[in-house]
Structures are given as structure tokens and as C-alpha cells.
Design a binder for this molecule. Structure first.
Ligand SMILES: *[C@@H]1O[C@H](CO)[C@@H](O)[C@H](O)[C@H]1NC(C)=O
Ligand SMILES: *[C@@H]1O[C@H](CO)[C@@H](O)[C@H](O)[C@H]1NC(C)=O
Ligand SMILES: *[C@@H]1O[C@H](CO)[C@@H](O)[C@H](O)[C@H]1NC(C)=O
Ligand SMILES: *[C@@H]1O[C@H](CO)[C@@H](O)[C@H](O)[C@H]1NC(C)=O
Length: 535
């Protein structure tokens, strides 16, 4: 079950170099052959926004994105912690219920720990490590990525207090938002909320199962005991999620004001898919291709936007991976049919992303960014780009020339060009000529809506109300929250760098996690050798 890149660990550099040279020669040969065969394919030039020839520095973007996950860490920080302006915080979380819920990640510019997006953050980053671990290692970022995943899964293991009990939130957002203070100085009561059979929440439980299952694959090659522990918890959580089907938005309506979920069917499929890859247990494969697939997968529906709320497009791509790279032998008819539906739907999704496809979505800005809604506007382009990058490499690994969109053919490299267009927009190739990632380039948001970044570290403790002078200040943040990706522009490509502009100027851990995985994918060229088999 190990991932391919781990296997190269054991060789000395000379042997590695020889193997790499041979592989490189074979790849170049293969490219020449495939290129030749592809000559009948439609070749487009991507529409370039102003400032063409923009080159994203993806190793740098990856490093910054991972830095933001460090900035968001809650609990007792290690001695060598790389962020000088962060310290230990909220060490007694969970005390109200007699459980230790210290640790985890703050979600955004506030000090609340929301379980649904936190688990999603770990799933997104784990997927990136599983596909592009060697690229992260080459950039010197693999250890950081693994560390942040484990920071989250250690917390999630504690939050999963018993098989059918999952703490999904610490901190009261309504109270938190009435204060402006560093998490290190927080004095508010921080209630912890849980799901159990009387108050179930399938989307949170299944997303947590997905995070644990994906992370188990990340850690299996180096720490099988930890991987097994994650799998045990993931199986229990998935069982809880599926046995007590309900949306937490309906059982606990207070959550509607923050991470309101539109349903749990997508998370059930997402959790089962990751569990299938993590365990090879055919029960999960039967689940996603059977009745639940029919009910929840929305086969043939596109565009569909991958977000913290909607995992469906990612499930399509993740199961198309299986169909493309290692279709199960002797699969029963429903499994084969289900996997074919996931593959076909993935093709359709990609066709909706590609700007020259006849079925291209119109949900974009003039500058070419996919744009669906004003809250965390950039997440849709980033997440679609991540799926397109994965898919391009799956098609390559399956030695397929590309996909067909209403009779017009597109190559894997065109999918990567689309992905790069989205990443570059975020990094500065946009009509505003600014980077939306804090610390990237020279022109970037200087007034991120973020408590810790905006309040100077000093002897003075700014309490709940005292801190508001920093929210209202018109000066740049004293601390640079490297790698934070702001909400982003409106559809008309206007954007205002103001600390009180929460719609456009707040960041989130999941966008930075997606950007870290995307940057890893784009830091290597097309024909990247993803591990063919995960099972
Ligand atoms: C990318 O950024 C890093 C860090 O700033 C820098 O060292 C490197 O030279 C940059 N690479 C390119 C190609 O600009
Ligand atoms: C779920 O858990 C219950 C009780 O622990 C058990 O009886 C059942 O078989 C489990 N179902 C699955 C699908 O694992
Ligand atoms: C939250 O989502 C549910 C659907 O799950 C919907 O019925 C409800 O209106 C939404 N609430 C808000 C405040 O948007
Ligand atoms: C851009 O759109 C926003 C949100 O719809 C609106 O408030 C703003 O006035 C628009 N700006 C311009 C320059 O049209």
C-alpha cells in the first residue's frame, strides 16, 4: 500500500542518479512518441490575462502556503516553532467537557476551531503529499506538510472521544467576534460542542474520516502504528456518519451562521473513497459505486464546485483515478459501471473548466479566474486547478492522449495550462497586478483580517475590547501572515485591502492547504509520475 516515492528512500545518490537518468530518458522518449501521436489534437493557446509571460514561483508559493498552516496552530507549540510572533494558546480547550481538545488549527482570522474545515484542510494537504510528495521534498517542504497534517490528525483523534462521539467546534464564534485579541491572550470561555447519536452530523464525521484515512496513507510508510490508529478511528467515524444520517446544520442550527452545510451525501462518498484507498476494503468501493453513488454522486452534473461544503467534484476525480490507473479486476457490474460514471463525469468537469471547451463554464472573471461567489471567492479557481492538475497526471499515467469535450480534444498539458492560469491569477497575473497571497511578490494584502497578525507582540496585553484599536488601524499589519490567501476579488475584479473587509480580506486554512498541494503539482512539469497504485 506504500506510495511509490517512499521506495526511493533506500538508495544511495549514485544509484538514484542512474535510475533517475534512465527514467528521464524513458520519459523524454515517451513524450516524443506521445507528442507525435497527439498531433491530430486541437492545440489552443490559453487566453492570457494582462502581464503575459508571468511565471509562478511555485516552490516559493508552496513554502508560504505551508507557513500559514503553522501560523494557525493552536495549543502548546514546539520549542523550535518557526513563527516568532506566535506562542502557546488555549491550552485548556475541552475542559468544559472533561476532554483535552488543545491543539488543532484556528480557522481564519479569528480564534475558533471549526472541525469541518479543519479536517478538510488535512484531507487536501494529504492528497497533495500522496501525489506530489517527491516535489514537496525537492522543495524542502515535505516535512512541514507532514507536520501540519499530523498536527490536525492528532487533534482530530482527541476530538473523536469515543466511537460515536466527535467534538466538532471549540470556541463560540459569536462571542469571539465581539473581541479583537491575540489567541495567546484569550480569556473568553471556549465551549466545546460535540456530535453523538442524539445530535448527529454526517458531513463532519465523514470529512473527519476522510482526513484520517488520507493521512493514514501519508504516514503508513514511516509510522504504521499511527496509520493503523487513524484507520481504526476513520472506520468508526464513517460508521457513525452513515448510521446516523443527518446534517449538522439541521441538528445544531447555530452552526448555520458560519460553516452551514448544504448536505452530507458528498462527504459520505468522500469518506468512503478515502477509506477504500486506505484499506483496500471492497465494502467501501461497493458503497460508492452502488446505491449511495446513484443517490449522492450527481453523475453527469457539471460544472460543480469543489469547496469545503461540496466534495462531489473531488470524489469524481478520486474515483476516476482508480478507473484510469488500476481498475479492479473481476469487478462486479455495478462497480464497473459506477467507476465509468465517475470517469465520465470527471471528463465533463474538466471540460467545464477549460476556457476553450464548447462546454466551458461562464462563471469566470474577465481576467480568467473561475468565480462562483463572493465568500472565499478564490477557493473555486484554486480547487478546480488542483483537480485539473491531478487529472492531467492521471491521464498521462494511464497513457491517454486527453479528453474529448463535445468532439474537441484537449491534452493533459492543456489541463495543466488551465491550472497554472488559476494559480498565476492568485499570485499576481490579474488585472489588479497584485498577489492575493500574503508575502508573495511585492504587492499583496497588507491588512489581512487576522487578529494575531494585526496586534503587535509586546508587553501590553490588549484585551477583548482594547484590541479593537488594531482592527481599526489603517497601518499595515505588524506581523506578516505569510501564505494567507485572502477571500479575493469581486466578479468585477475590484478588491479592497481593508482589515474590516471580511468578505474579501480574510484567509482560511483550507485555501492555503489547497494552494500548497497545487503549487507542488505545478512545481513539476507535465507527465509527472504520480504513484500508479494506492492499494
Ligand atoms: C523562487 O523564490 C525563492 C524564494 O524567494 C527564490 O530563492 C528562488 O530563486 C525563486 N525562483 C525563481 C525561479 O524565481
Ligand atoms: C457499525 O457499527 C455497529 C456497532 O458498532 C456495527 O454493528 C456495524 O456492523 C457497523 N457497520 C459497519 C458498516 O461497519
Ligand atoms: C443552511 O443550509 C440548509 C441546508 O442544509 C438550509 O436549509 C438553510 O437555509 C441554510 N441556512 C442559512 C442561514 O443559510
Ligand atoms: C464591483 O462589485 C462590487 C460587489 O458587487 C460592488 O460593490 C462595486 O461597486 C463594484 N465596483 C465597480 C468598480 O464596479
Amino acid at each position: 500500500m506504500g506510495v511509490a516515492y517512499q521506495k526511493t528512500r533506500g538508495c544511495n545518490w549514485l544509484a538514484c542518479a542512474l535510475v533517475l537518468a534512465t527514467v528521464a530518458a524513458a520519459v523524454i522518449l515517451a513524450v516524443v512518441v506521445i507528442r507525435h501521436k497527439r498531433s491530430s489534437y486541437y492545440v489552443e493557446s490559453m487566453p492570457m490575462p494582462p502581464g503575459a509571460n508571468f511565471n509562478g514561483n511555485y516552490t516559493h508559493a508552496m513554502k508560504l502556503a505551508l507557513t500559514f498552516l503553522n501560523i494557525q496552530k493552536s495549543g502548546k507549540l514546539p520549542a523550535n516553532f518557526p513563527i516568532p510572533w506566535r506562542g502557546d494558546s488555549n491550552l485548556v480547550d475541552g475542559k468544559d467537557n472533561g476532554v483535552d481538545l488543545s491543539g488543532g488549527l484556528y480557522d481564519a482570522g479569528d480564534s475558533v476551531k471549526f472541525g469541518l474545515p479543519m479536517a478538510f484542510t488535512a484531507t487536501l494537504l494529504s492528497w497533495g503529499v500522496l501525489e506530489y510528495g517527491p516535489a514537496m521534498e525537492k522543495a524542502g517542504q515535505l516535512a512541514s506538510a507532514r507536520d501540519s497534517i499530523r498536527w490536525v490528525t492528532d487533534y482530530l483523534l482527541k476530538a473523536h472521544a469515543s466511537p460515536q462521539e466527535l467534538y466538532f467546534q471549540v470556541g463560540d464564534p459569536n462571542q469571539d467576534h465581539k473581541c479583537w485579541m491575540r489567541p495567546e491572550d484569550e480569556t473568553l470561555p471556549r465551549p466545546s460542542l460535540k456530535l453523538d447519536p442524539t445530535l448527529p452530523g454526517s458531513e463532519v464525521a465523514a470529512e473527519t474520516a476522510a482526513a484520517m484515512a488520507a493521512a493514514s496513507m501519508v504516514f503508513r510508510p514511516t509510522d504504521a502504528t499511527y496509520a493503523d490508529l487513524l484507520v481504526t478511528h476513520a472506520r468508526q467515524l464513517f460508521n457513525f456518519s452513515d448510521s446516523y444520517r443527518a446534517s449538522y446544520s439541521l441538528t445544531i442550527p447555530a452552526v448555520q451562521a458560519f460553516y452551514n452545510s448544504t448536505g452530507y451525501g458528498d462527504e459520505l462518498l468522500w469518506g468512503a473513497t478515502w477509506l477504500y484507498y486506505a484499506t483496500g476494503d471492497n465494502t467501501y468501493l461497493a458503497y460508492v459505486t452502488g446505491v449511495e453513488g446513484e443517490s449522492f454522486a450527481e453523475w453527469g452534473v457539471f460544472p460543480s464546485w469543489f469547496s469545503w461544503d461540496n466534495k462531489r467534484p473531488a470524489v469524481q476525480v478520486l474515483l476516476a483515478r482508480l478507473q484510469l490507473l488500476k481498475p479492479p479486476s473481476n469487478a462486479v457490474n455495478t462497480v464497473s459501471k459506477g467507476l465509468t460514471n465517475y470517469k465520465t463525469t470527471s471528463d465533463g468537469l474538466m471540460c467545464s473548466f477549460l476556457p476553450r471547451s464548447p462546454t466551458a463554464t461562464k462563471d469566470r472573471t474577465k481576467g480568467g479566474m473561475l468565480w462562483v461567489g463572493q465568500w472565499t471567492a478564490l477557493q473555486h479557481g484554486i480547487n478546480a486547478a488542483l483537480l485539473a492538475t491531478f487529472y492531467s497526471d492521471y491521464l498521462n499515467a494511464a497513457r491517454l492522449p486527453g479528453i474529448s469535450c463535445s468532439g474537441i480534444s484537449f491534452t493533459p498539458l492543456q489541463l495543466r495550462a488551465f491550472a497554472a492560469s488559476q494559480a498565476e491569477y492568485v499570485l499576481g497575473n490579474n488585472p489588479m497586478s497584485m498577489s492575493f497571497m500574503v508575502g508573495y511578490g511585492t504587492t499583496y494584502p497588507k491588512k489581512l483580517h487576522h487578529r494575531g497578525a494585526s496586534i503587535p507582540e509586546s508587553q501590553t496585553v490588549y484585551d477583548c475590547k482594547g484590541g479593537f484599536i488594531w482592527l481599526d488601524s489603517t497601518e499595515p499589519n505588524p506581523n506578516v501572515a505569510y501564505g494567507a490567501i485572502v477571500g479575493g476579488p469581486f466578479k468585477n475584479e475590484s478588491y479592497s485591502d481593508s482589515r474590516t473587509n471580511i468578505i474579501q480580506n480574510e484567509a482560511s486554512t483550507y485555501n492555503s492547504a489547497a494552494m500548497a498541494s497545487l503549487s507542488a503539482g505545478l512545481s513539476v512539469s507535465g507527465n509527472y509520475p504520480v504513484p500508479v497504485s494506492w492499494i
